[in-house]
Design a protein around this ligand. Structure first.
Ligand code: GCB
Length: 620
């Protein structure tokens, strides 16, 4: 049994509230006696289903002590904010909150950039929204949350429906029992407090944007419904499309049907007792998805009265020696790293427009590849990458030093990785699952990430596994021999010659010793520059200095025989509390090739020229 009194003093109201939460959750209270939180389910392709949007303005209460979690009037439980109690004349107790008078926050959106007082806020905030809904008979209704950073709890009409940990993956809470015809309300508590045992942990080089940062909606599905599916081009069989789907509540004898009308291809498969159907069919005249021709096909997936109209590309990805092969042909990944920072307005990116701008810049740069760092980006970004023909590196937020010897942390990382893969597995654009970024070389770390790699391969054997590794420097010799490399298909390397190490021309004499004969992607290099600041090419923070770093890096990278791609750091400046230098950084990491206000720096054209003239990397 959880106890609130085992922790030594000081024991703050804040920790009491958290502890009360643990007790309340453990004992199944919170306005719904027999609550046992079911694991939120994955709905693959949820954005392709009809939905009732709950985006827009939500009432908000900032609650740094998390006191809204429990009632001061235990017998009444009216003061738990999740009850949304409206005071009545003659009540024998005071009600100390009222969502109808509370200020609003926009959803989707981080709270930090919506209200000045919340810029640095880390803690819980309550959200409330009224909505009208008419559930159809014999359906399941899910509250779909695109992402809530970091820990979140949800109630519908006072009934707890789910909780979720992890700030960058979508989840769905079943609300069928809690929702009713007519007026309803949904309440969320979202807490962006950083934790030592979180994923990511205490320290990141990006802003800890809190809140309901991605879209929220209601998705209604029939009694028996498709929760997950996977369709991809076979590596072994020419023109074979294979995969599977899973149905919740499948009826005996029910069949799955998949059709690609433009290819006149259709298959029907039996659904097993475990709800799974294996899919396989041959297609003729398929145009494979490539960056130059990102052909997407309409795919109709049907089981009983449930159906999803997908839009998918088909391609293969594999390695051969030190090469990456797309559709069996070597390809050099001309990339750039991107944070989910909103262009022009800053804050967490979430919209189609944000994705179009960010990926549009990547295309302008001559990229065929983007590293979406350092966490799974949203569905709009992945759809845009499918559409625009940009190969994607998608990353689990295992960043820097986590508690690698803590099994609970491993479970959290596995959960987020599972959500990332199960949600995004049908995007042709994604070719690499990245397990981690710059983790220290210790054996608990290696075991931890090997476990993740095994899980990723189990969930999706069709893509390549990577991670961004650190480099050991012995003077001009740069060594990559991290044992984690054994577990990877593609070695990612982050290096900052010319910025954190030496001068731009130090790259001219650097020699690389890479212990693996596998494809290598230099997943980061770069330098900080303030847009509009000009000076000598050896004067830090100027655009000239940054361009100089790029000019010296490119010939050096060309000498790495395993080089199969690169994604310099990074496309656009992004907010980070680690970057306080006044007048230069002002709490932005300035390694972008473009400023947060959309101004291109000189290095942009250095890289653009190298990409467009194909003077970097192996010819493809
Ligand atoms: C890194 C990290 C990245 C940082 C970058 C920097 O190695 O992977 O998250 O933002 O360096 O700018 O220092």
């Amino acid at each position: 049994m959880t106890s609130c009194f085992i922790r030594p003093a000081p024991f703050s109201a804040f920790s009491f509230a958290r502890c009360a939460l643990a007790l309340i959750l453990a004992s199944g209270h919170l306005g719904h006696a027999a609550f046992a939180a079911p694991a939120p389910i994955v709905l693959t392709g949820s954005d392709r289903r009809p939905a009732t949007s709950l985006n827009g303005e939500w009432a908000s209460i900032v609650d740094p002590y998390f006191s809204g979690l429990f009632s001061f009037h235990h017998e009444e439980k009216k003061n738990g904010f999740f009850m949304n109690y409206k005071a009545k004349p003659g009540d024998p107790f005071p009600t100390e909150y009222d969502f109808s008078k509370a200020p609003k926050l926009k959803v989707p959106g981080d709270w930090n950039t919506q209200r000045e007082s919340l810029m640095y806020y880390e803690g819980p905030i309550w959200y409330e929204k009224d909505f009208i809904f008419e559930p159809k008979p014999n359906t399941h209704v899910f509250l779909h949350v695109g992402a809530a950073n970091y820990h979140s709890w949800f109630w519908v009409n006072g009934q707890k429906v789910c909780e979720h940990e992890g700030g960058f993956t979508a989840f769905n809470c079943e609300v069928t029992q809690a929702i009713h015809s007519g007026n309803n309300f949904v309440i969320a508590a979202v807490d962006n407090t950083r934790h030592e045992d979180g994923v990511p942990g205490l320290e990141t080089d990006w802003w800890n944007y809190g809140g309901l940062t991605r879209e929220v909606s209601l998705i209604e599905v029939p009694e028996s419904f498709i929760d997950q599916y996977d369709l991809h081009l076979s590596r072994n069989e020419d023109s074979g499309i294979e995969g599977w789907l899973h149905v919740v509540g499948a009826q005996p004898g029910e069949k799955a049907e998949v059709e690609i009308p433009d290819l006149h291809a259709k298959t029907t498969a039996d659904i097993g007792a475990d709800g799974r159907a294996a899919l396989h069919f041959k297609v003729q005249g398929l145009d494979r998805w490539t960056p130059d021709s990102p052909k997407l096909y309409k795919v109709a997936i049907r089981v009983g009265s449930d159906s999803i109209d997908e839009l998918m590309g088909f391609r293969t990805i594999e390695t051969h020696g030190t090469e990456i092969l797309l559709n069996g042909k070597p390809i050099f990944l001309r990339g750039i790293s991107i944070h989910a920072e909103a262009p022009y307005r800053t804050g967490r990116a979430y919209s189609d427009k944000d994705a179009e701008i960010l990926l549009g810049w990547a295309k302008e740069l001559g990229c065929n590849f983007v590293r979406l760092a350092h966490y799974p980006h949203d569905e709009t970004m992945l759809r845009a990458a499918d559409r625009l023909g940009l190969l994607v590196w998608s990353e689990n937020p295992v960043y820097w030093a986590l508690e690698f010897d803590n099994p609970k942390v491993l479970a959290k990382a596995e959960q987020q990785l599972g959500e990332e893969i199960n949600t995004s597995r049908n995007h042709a654009a994604i070719v690499l699952w990245s397990m981690a970024n710059e983790t220290p070389n210790t054996s608990p770390r290696t075991q931890f990430i090997e476990t993740l790699a095994t899980r990723a391969r189990g969930l999706d054997p069709t893509r390549l596994i990577t991670a961004a590794l650190l480099v050991r420097a012995q003077g001009k010799i740069k060594i990559v021999d991290d044992p984690l490399g054994k577990a990877l298909d593609v070695i990612g390397i982050n290096e900052y010659i010319g910025w954190y190490e030496g001068h731009p021309d130090s790259a001219d004499t650097a020699e690389w010793q890479i212990a693996y004969q596998k494809p290598v992607i230099v997943s980061e290099f770069g330098a900080g520059a303030k847009a509009g600041l000009h000076g000598g090419e050896n004067e830090r923070w100027t655009e000239e200095y940054q361009a100089n770093v790029y000019r010296h890096q490119l010939p050096m990278l060309n000498k790495i025989s395993q080089l199969s791609g690169m994604s310099p750091w990074c496309l656009m400046d992004f907010r980070s509390p680690n970057r306080p230098l006044v007048g230069i950084q002002d709490e932005f990491n300035r390694k972008g090739l473009i400023s947060d206000q959309g101004k291109k720096k000189l290095a942009f054209s250095v890289l653009e020229k190298a990409y467009k003239d194909k003077t970097i990397g192996k010819a493809d």
